[in-house]
Ligand binder design. Structure first.
Ligand code: GTR
Length: 407
């Protein structure tokens, strides 16, 4: 049975650096009982850490294969002829229908394809009336764009600032988006109509073996299956990006699927890049109370006892090594604990070093709008919890380095 939140939260977030309790972080080698000094040992430890995350936090990431078939339902030239917009109707195991929206620059080889989950339906990402309106429950609910949590055709393009499709295309990159709700609607009972229930037999998993976070992460992998078949993308690096809860899912997806060549985790906070042991901003108690479907029920038991967890989130980031990683924060997004995101990204550098790559050498958090790091990048800007055009300026500085491999 899947439990739902019942307890009233008494959680009071700490926003005072002087009240952050001292903590020490688990070592990468803890899981194999010895200090890790080379990639072979780390590769062995990696499998075990993935198991820890799968059993304590995110649940199983499915390994059974399912059929993934796609049918192009919309194709047109957009943005004054510089890109082709496509919508594919994708069928998972001939049971679950997903819509993937993809923009491919025309007339030049594509070196990068971005993929991200959207919160509120593919028609919010770009203004075009031909993009189908999702029939799924979404967390957005602002009238007149949404009606009782269902997108209307008025929602077309309302999140275009977040996605910056035109800017990305002008930089020469392809960009793809899929709604998290196509895999699982984002509420505690969402699993009942999502992949965790409908594909239970195909994946040989019970709904409670995994979580919404794993369903979204696995969904990204299935979209990658389709993207890998597109001739235009045959030489493209595949870069995952995600904001907030979608940032958490992106990190978990990339940890499991190394076909993702790089990850941009934007303000992913608690359960994403931020250290769980740092008592600042959101904690395990509020996140598991408000979103019991995101994590396994046993994760909630670590609220207030974070130091007893075998892992912390620098290890999730380490699982992405040696692939380039970009962790980004926003100054006013204290709930996501920017410093906890920075420290975690910095600590993950240890895994990158095993591969001869460099993480972040700066000891302290950088000032706003200064990009630091090498294979692990970090930046914080002024302002709130959102993705904006300034963020994209920084992501677009990172992407050429992913292409060239030199940081
Ligand atoms: C918040 C949640 C965060 C973050 C955010 C979002 O309510 O507490 O962990 O995921 O939602 O996804 O925007």
């Amino acid at each position: 049975m899947i439990t739902e939140a019942t307890a009233q939260s008494t959680f009071v977030p700490n926003y005072d650096e002087t009240k952050v309790q001292p903590f020490s972080l688990p070592d990468l080698g803890d899981i194999i009982g010895k200090k890790i000094t080379n990639v072979t040992q780390w590769e062995e430890a990696k499998g075990k850490w993935l198991q820890v995350y799968a059993s304590k936090m995110y649940g199983t990431f499915p390994s059974n294969k399912v059929s993934v078939t796609s049918k192009l339902v919309v194709q047109k030239t957009v943005l004054n002829g510089i890109a082709e917009m496509n919508v594919w109707e994708i069928s998972l195991a001939n049971k679950v229908k997903v819509h993937l929206l993809g923009f491919i620059p025309l007339g030049k080889p594509v070196k990068v394809a971005l993929l991200g989950l959207n919160f509120c339906g593919i028609n919010t990402v770009f203004e075009d009336a031909e993009i189908p309106v999702s029939p799924k429950y979404v967390i957005c609910n602002e009238a007149p764009f949404f009606n009782n949590h269902f997108a209307t055709d008025k929602a077309t393009g309302i999140q275009k600032e977040t996605w910056q499709i035109e800017k990305v295309i002008q930089s020469g990159y392809a960009t793809f988006s899929v709604a998290c709700a196509d895999f699982e609607e984002d509420f505690p009972d969402g699993y009942k109509k999502g992949v965790r229930t409908v594909l239970a037999d195909d994946l040989n998993l019970k709904a409670e073996d995994w979580t919404a976070m794993s369903a979204w992460a696995w969904g990204l992998s299935k979209m990658l299956d389709v993207m890998k078949t597109l001739p235009e993308l045959k030489d493209a690096k595949m870069i995952l990006h995600g904001h907030s809860r979608m940032g958490k899912a992106s990190l978990w997806a990339a940890a499991n699927d190394n076909r993702f060549d790089a990850v941009i985790a934007i303000q992913s906070g608690e359960g994403g890049a931020a250290l769980l042991r740092r008592n600042f901003g959101e904690g395990i108690e509020p996140i598991t109370n408000r979103f019991p479907h995101w994590f396994l029920p046993n994760f909630a038991q670590y609220a207030g006892k974070e130091s007893t967890l075998p892992m912390d989130q620098h290890i999730l980031l380490s699982l992405i090594a040696p692939r380039p990683l970009f962790v980004s924060s926003a100054l006013d997004d204290k709930w996501a604990d920017p410093k906890g995101e920075f420290l975690s990204a910095k600590e993950a550098g240890i895994a990158y070093q095993l591969y001869g790559k460099k993480g972040i050498s700066e000891e302290n958090m950088p000032e706003t709008e200064i990009l630091v790091g090498n294979h692990v990048n970090y930046y914080i800007r002024k302002g709130k919890h959102e993705v904006n055009v300034l963020d994209w300026d920084y992501f677009l500085k990172f992407i050429p380095k992913v292409i060239s491999g030199s940081f």
